[in-house]
Design a protein around this ligand. Structure first.
Ligand code: GTP
Ligand code: MG
Length: 227
């Protein structure tokens, strides 16, 4: 049985910038299984979503801070190349970026409210992907985000994007050396990937790792339903 994320199947449901509306959506869809993309503005969250879920799923931009809403998509898996309709609905959340200097106080307060509402109310069946820029790993904004995230005990995959910008093998190797330190510092991080949405390096491995997490969550869901 070959399962994959069905490319081009992600359907945009809505973009939510109001935390009460987000609470309402999460309340109405309370068995959600899925995946949430987080990271500093401009690290390539939307670009990575597109390389995994199919071109033009999410809007990308040269202007940092473009994604200001929680964008919710529904997507499907394929089994032997065919759309699998036996699965519970799967959701993809493209979350607004953090750490953008030019963001106003008002916008950053709204980000806090949105993110608290999101992380307080999603199920454990939502896997978190944190994207960082391979050229600037573990920035203070990332540390802050992880200290916020820690209290929710959600399994997280850490992804270093824009690997195409790291030209020498020596620089790639020294970046990869910080892995043990990151696993040690961030206890909820289970996997670390080095990828490029541009060159597609590492994308297949990231896809497989995300799919594995989804299949585990789906199995748990099915087992719980039967008991
Ligand atoms: N060289 C290179 N550029 C990339 C890569 N991934 C994304 N970019 C570029 O980085 C910029 C930001 O990409 P987005 O995908 O919009 O980033 P984002 O994290 O969604 O940004 P916000 O929504 O503003 O938080 C765009 O100009 C992309 O083309 C990559 O792997 N390599
Ligand atoms: Mg974006």
């Amino acid at each position: 049985m070959t399962m994959e994320i069905l490319k081009g199947s992600a359907e945009f449901l809505m973009g939510i910038s109001n935390h009460n509306q987000l609470l309402q959506w999460l309340g109405e869809n309370d068995h959600h299984i899925g995946i949430a993309f987080t990271g500093r503005s401009n690290v390539g969250k939307s670009s990575l979503i597109n390389s995994i879920f199919g071109k033009s799923t999410a809007r990308t931009s040269k202007t940092p801070g473009r994604t200001r809403e929680v964008n919710i998509f529904q997507f499907y898996l394929s089994n032997e190349g065919k759309k699998d309709t036996t699965m519970p609905p799967l959701y993809l959340f493209d979350l607004p970026g953090y750490g953008h200097a030019a963001i106003s106080k008002e916008m950053s307060n709204n980000w806090d409210l949105l993110m608290q509402s999101f992380f307080n109310n999603i199920t454990k069946q939502v896997k978190i992907v944190n994207i960082q820029d391979a050229r600037h790993p573990d920035q203070s904004a990332d540390k802050q985000f992880f200290s916020f995230l820690k209290r929710y005990h959600l399994e997280t995959t850490l992804v270093f994007n824009k690997m195409d910008k790291i030209k020498t093998q020596k620089d790639k190797a020294s970046l990869k050396k910080i892995k043990p330190h990151l696993f040690d510092e961030y206890k909820t991080v289970k996997y670390i990937h080095f990828v490029s949405a541009e060159s597609k390096e590492g994308i297949k491995e990231l896809h497989d790792s995300i799919l594995g997490g989804l299949l585990t969550a789906i199995n748990l869901h099915l087992t719980t339903d039967l008991s």
